[in-house]
Design a protein around this ligand. Sequence first.
Ligand SMILES: Cc1cc2nc3c(=O)[nH]c(=O)nc-3n(C[C@H](O)[C@H](O)[C@H](O)COP(=O)(O)OP(=O)(O)OC[C@H]3O[C@@H](n4cnc5c(N)ncnc54)[C@H](O)[C@@H]3O)c2cc1C
Length: 330
Amino acid sequence: MRIAIIGAGIAGLTAAGVLKAAGHQPVIFDKGRGPGGRSVSKRTDHGGIDLGLPYFTARDPAFRQTVDQWIEAGVVAPWSVEPRVLPEQQPARPQARLVAVPRMSALARHLAEGLDLHCSVQVSEITRELTGWVLRERQGESLGEFDGLILTAPAPQSQSLLAEPCPRLAARAATARMQPCWAVGLVLEAPLELGFDAGFPSSGPLGWIARSGSRPERPHLPEIWLLHATAAWSEANIEWSQDAVGEWLTQAFADLINRHPVVTERFVHRWRFARARDALKAEGGYLESEDILCAGDWVSDGTLEGAWQSGRAAAHRLLSRVGAASPVDG
Ligand SMILES: Cc1cc2nc3c(=O)[nH]c(=O)nc-3n(C[C@H](O)[C@H](O)[C@H](O)COP(=O)(O)OP(=O)(O)OC[C@H]3O[C@@H](n4cnc5c(N)ncnc54)[C@H](O)[C@@H]3O)c2cc1C
């Protein structure tokens, strides 16, 4: 069976892994330069800086089992941080937080091993032809014909790809509103002695701050702090320039910690679709219509764990359609 997967984030890579374990060789296309989607890291002279997914959690026993395998493989480690609610510095709700090591992108790279992955390829069109699904890239060139298709792009991108071939799924995708996030990485001249390594500011433009080096296996020489703006602030200022956002959020950080650290370098990233505000929590973990399956965090519960569950569920659904034996532990 010729299977295509659009998107090499955690959902797409998980789906591909399940299909590969069942004897298929799915072809994965991603418009990014490498796999990972929102769980990527920015390459810098100081090593990879995680400007997207800051950490993830594992609640479901099946996912916890998989996380244990990732820990054993050395690609994930627990982050024993005790975030504070700021500025009061009350302890935040305790939670087992996990990160990929030595940078977030390591998890996607691990999942992508041995897969037929084509990066820097943006799928611009999906059409149904007699011989199967035909995918086309931006210049209109065909990327091949496929019998099975799993789409894992964030909801708005899935919506536009689905508008023509599958309006019913496009309408569902339209209801999973996604929120933006401006993220900043600050390289500081000297360590900050704050008495905490991460925090959730309770007011102002920032929603999350963390010291990068407090996470396992991140021996960054300089002090690096990661800042995420709140969804509301990001949405209101989504078209600001990177410089303006960098300056504003650096000032907000200084005001929050009541210090004025010397910033030697700054990295700014705009996530237009960071988190699903109205994730669909679809029954079964996937959406299906016209032979197309949709998966991803927005189909599930808006988390990395949900993306994994959704990708896995979509792959098992595809396998059940072709009558292949699904692997037991996917
Ligand atoms: C700032 C931020 C903070 C977050 N905080 C948390 C948190 O605390 N806890 C948590 O669990 N999760 C968090 N998340 C969410 C988490 O990162 C996602 O739930 C998870 O990574 C989603 O995986 P996915 O595979 O569903 O989607 P993605 O990772 O978005 O993967 C989809 C892929 O599709 C590709 N794509 C899109 N359109 C096309 C196209 N036309 N052609 C080819 N490829 C295409 C994209 O390049 C992307 O690689 C956060 C995310 C961000 C950005």
